[in-house]
Design a protein around this ligand. Structure first.
Ligand code: IPE
Ligand code: IPE
Ligand code: MG
Length: 253
């Protein structure tokens, strides 16, 4: 179990702008309590509310939550159906608070393959929060990093063929513009709960220089205190982006 330590550095150093979370461990949470897996997903959804409220409180700019991957279709149909009903349930009860808290709701992933009720609930939330200016809350729903990259390449080829993109001008920043995350910064932090050490097809391009955090806590139990602790660890990490620390730079004139 995670134990919080008192550290006041959170407000004293710059916060990351964008935190992305792989919310894993709902099934194991349920199993440990001899409950059906979907009960774990229900508790996971309750925790999304707590974490979102906290993200608003600490004035985070972007929070991306991996809710359903392109590979999650391979689970039993009843579990898939439940997982795809969660956004409808979540937004059904939480949307007024999101609106009131000035949150902007967005999604990444292949929207078109989702059930109609899911699309409707999410579209309503996006429409009703589009003019807000606070936290951008991004749900990765039917999202897969490889699908995103293939989609981007296809669009780029089409644009080159149409003459609207010059293939010689293509660089990493033009590439960004073809991704589902084009309007947001890359996540400075990616957190995965439940003790698994992998990305599972999440934000493959965008994670290039993200600081990675792996927590052993199962998602329904991942607390705001632990999030704060990870943010404070992030604030102490040294990000070099391939360069050197300032103190290791030779004096050159
Ligand atoms: C994460 O919990 C939620 C989704 C992947 C949708 P899991 O359902 O993967 O939980 P575990 O990994 O089986 O414990
Ligand atoms: C990753 O978790 C996807 C989400 C959290 C939505 P999984 O539980 O699906 O990942 P694997 O199968 O353990 O890699
Ligand atoms: Mg899992």
């Amino acid at each position: 179990m995670f134990k919080a330590t008192k550290d006041k550095s959170l407000t004293e150093r710059p916060l990351p702008e964008h935190i992305a979370i792989i919310m894993d461990g709902n099934g194991r949470y349920a199993k440990l309590r001899s409950m059906p897996r979907i009960k774990g997903h229900y508790e996971g959804m309750q925790n999304v509310k707590r974490i979102v409220r906290h993200a608003v409180d600490i004035k985070l700019k972007y929070l991306t939550l991996y809710a359903f991957s392109t590979e999650n279709w391979s689970r039993p149909k009843s579990e898939v159906n439940y997982l795809l009903k969660l956004p409808t349930d979540f937004l059904g009860s939480f949307l007024p608070e999101l609106i009131e808290k000035n949150v902007i709701v967005k999604t990444i992933g292949d929207f078109s393959a989702l059930p109609k009720h899911t699309r409707k609930a999410v579209q309503t939330a996006m429409d009703k929060t589009a003019d807000n200016t606070g936290l951008t809350l991004v749900f990765a729903l039917n999202y897969g990093g490889r699908d995103e990259l293939i989609g981007a390449v296809k669009e780029m080829i089409a644009d080159v063929q149409a003459g609207t993109l010059d293939r010689n001008s293509l660089n990493s920043s033009t590439f960004d513009d073809y991704l589902m995350t084009k309007d947001m910064p890359d996540p400075e932090m990616i957190i995965r709960t439940s003790g698994e050490y992998r990305l599972s097809n999440f934000l493959l391009w965008q994670a290039s220089y993200s600081e990675l955090f792996f927590s052993h806590t199962l998602w329904p139990e991942f607390s705001t205190e632990e999030l704060d602790e990870l943010i404070s660890q992030y604030q102490k990490r040294e990000r070099r982006f391939g360069g050197l620390n300032e103190e290791d730079e030779p004096d050159e004139d």
